[in-house]
Ligand binder design. Structure first.
Ligand SMILES: O=P(O)(O)O[C@H]1O[C@H](CO)[C@@H](O)[C@H]1O
Length: 298
């Protein structure tokens, strides 16, 4: 914990990255999307793209996980300006939590109002099958509960309060809208709301851990998302989250199946079209209050 505190970023560092991006693209995004494992194709829907390798963006961390390309893509989608992270950062890659959430505050400084987080997750709920899509209603941030929190360290009042509320951090209006869209697209049978839990990873769960999570009321488990949502909520972003269920978490000693990352990525490929349709419609129909779109001076 003490080593993560020394890695806290200053407001200037976020601002420098935001200023650099604003000097390189005319897009001024209203919506940011973080692509989960195998879900990088969400960026393909953006028109008039400007894209940047993470390695070229000052201050940006680097992706190290297969299925996370490491590219930031700006573009237009159904009249809204978006920025999409093709590749997120995980705590298990050895990044501090400040680093894993660095882009979220940069998005805030770019004028983003709404954050869409997506992830691949294993299901604990019997009602969730591989290929289903869970709208995240709430999360359990296991690392956060024991003090591994991206907001640890001195609070930056310019971003938000010392003690931010987290009840209601997944916007109810957007959740209802997504369920409505699922009905219209004829995929309502694949979708339900549920509770996501973040564990540290990188190993998948033991059977005893899976049983514990199930008893605690967790519907799906993964190794990301919660820190991004905590930082986004702290700085006042509206959040929508979805988990693509890529596998069932093994809960029985009689079960000989086991999960692997290639299988996780494969389900992402199989469901890419549906996830793309849902996110596109959601962005198209969501209301945005700011008119941040394009800067003609760049
Ligand atoms: O949460 P995302 O980035 O979608 O990735 C999930 O998939 C990976 C395991 O296959 C882990 O990183 C887990 O968190």
């Amino acid at each position: 914990i003490s080593s993560s505190l020394s890695l806290v970023r200053s407001h200037d560092e976020y601002q420098k990255t935001a200023d650099w991006l604003m000097s390189q693209t005319r897009h001024r995004p209203q919506v940011a999307i973080i692509c989960g494992s195998g879900l990088g194709m969400l960026a393909d829907t953006l028109k008039c793209q400007d894209s940047f390798a993470y390695s070229d963006i000052p201050g940006f961390p680097q992706s190290t996980v297969q299925g996370h390309a490491g590219r930031l893509v700006f573009g237009e989608l159904k009249g809204k300006t978006c920025v999409c992270m093709q590749g997120r950062f995980h705590m298990y890659e050895g990044h501090s939590l400040c680093k894993t959430t660095f882009p979220v505050r940069v998005f805030k400084l770019l004028g983003v109002e709404t954050l869409i987080v997506t992830n691949a997750a294993g299901s604990l709920a019997d009602s969730l099958q591989p290929g289903d899509i869970m709208i995240i209603k709430d999360h359990v941030n296991f690392p956060g509960l024991v003090g591994l929190n991206p907001l640890s360290g001195p609070n930056d009042d310019k971003f938000g309060p010392r003690f931010p509320a987290m009840s209601g951090c997944y916007d109810k209006g957007l959740r209802c809208l997504a369920l409505d869209i699922a009905k219209q697209l004829g995929v309502a049978s694949l979708m339900q709301e549920g509770v996501y839990a973040m564990v540290g990873g990188p190993n998948f769960e033991t059977i005893a851990e899976a049983r514990l999570l199930h008893r605690l009321g967790v519907d799906a488990v993964g190794m990301s998302t919660a820190p991004e949502v905590v930082v986004a909520t702290h700085c006042g972003l509206r959040v929508f989250g979805l988990s693509l269920i890529t596998n069932k978490v093994v809960k029985s000693y009689e079960d000989s199946e086991s999960v692997n990352h290639e299988g996780v990525l494969e389900v992402g490929r199989l469901r890419s079209h549906t996830v793309q349709q849902l996110v596109t419609e959601l962005i198209s129909r969501m209301e945005i209050n700011n008119n941040n779109t394009i800067n003609t001076a760049v």
